[in-house]
Design a protein around this ligand. Structure first.
Ligand SMILES: Nc1ncnc2c1ncn2[C@@H]1O[C@H](COP(=O)(O)OP(=O)(O)OP(=O)(O)O)[C@@H](O)[C@H]1O
Ligand SMILES: [Mg+2]
Length: 248
């Protein structure tokens, strides 16, 4: 599928630009072929150094994750990769949760009818949260951890009401983390994936969160500044981003 697609040929006349590129983020296109819709993460126009080092690594990581997780409902399927250039992934018909949350905020600000706002909020139903928990269980059972679920753009709600998880560049496979201290880190990331769901629930549907979940989120927030793990990961990510910007 999408066998003849060449990312360098994509433009506004044959594809829809879903996200503008930045120095460190590739443009994302939506393309259609034979009744199927795909998302193309297109590294082909980034600078040479970025494309050949960072681009290749990111494409390799995401490819590995999609291959491990193939067939799980809630993880889009990978149609094709073009090494060093692009990932072509099944497009999910729906909305990412950052866009979803922003829409809720602007509806509240521009005085949209309360009923419309409530209807939208209800899309994040108890079933949605049960299903995302099941989805994360299944991913963990396959031996993978997402590691970046606290970022709401990486979770989508489909038009079918179901959760979908995208952006696997930061994932870790269990068999890559067998040795100390990586095995400890892996366990922390497993917990972190679940904490991301709690955070999402407490922030958007506090009425659905249990007392334990409210408490877990409070503890997480209270301890966040002191937690060595969180701080180390945050600082590490910041350093990587600065390095990437220099390379771009
Ligand atoms: N399979 C998909 N179907 C539909 N939309 C998608 C899909 N994959 C990504 N998107 C959209 O593109 C956005 C960015 O995707 P993704 O997170 O994979 O890119 P990224 O370059 O890793 O971005 P960031 O660094 O900001 O996380 C998502 O938030 C979502 O809106
Ligand atoms: Mg992302």
């Amino acid at each position: 599928m999408f066998d003849t697609l060449n990312p360098s040929d994509l433009n506004e006349s044959n594809a829809r630009l879903l996200r503008e590129p930045t120095k460190t983020r590739p443009p994302i296109w939506i393309v259609k072929e034979g009744g199927k819709k795909a998302v193309v993460k297109d590294f082909s126009r980034q600078g040479w150094l970025y494309r050949n080092i960072v681009g290749r690594i990111l494409i390799w990581r995401e490819r590995k994750a999609y291959e491990m997780l193939q067939g799980i409902q809630g993880v889009p399927c990978l149609y094709r990769t073009i090494p060093g250039k692009a990932l072509i992934i099944e497009a999910i018909d729906g909305q990412d949760l950052r866009t979803f949350e922003r829409e809720l905020i602007s509806m509240a600000q521009d005085g949209s009818e309360t009923s419309a706002l409530e209807e939208k909020k209800k899309l994040l139903s108890l079933d949605f949260f049960l299903n995302i928990k099941k989805l994360v269980d299944e991913i963990h059972e396959r031996g993978a951890v997402h590691c970046d679920l606290k970022r709401t753009p990486n979770i989508m709600i489909g038009k079918d009401g179901n959760p979908y998880i995208v952006d696997w560049a930061a994932f870790i496979a269990k068999n890559e983390a067998r040795i100390f201290p990586l095995n400890i880190l892996y366990k922390r990331f497993l917990q972190d994936d679940y904490l991301s769901i709690t955070k999402l629930k407490v922030n958007n549907r506090p009425d659905l969160a249990t007392e334990e979940e409210h408490q877990a989120y409070k503890d997480y927030k209270a301890g966040r500044e002191e937690a060595g793990f969180e701080r180390t990961i945050r600082e590490f990510r910041k350093k990587i981003r600065t390095l990437l910007k220099k390379m771009a």
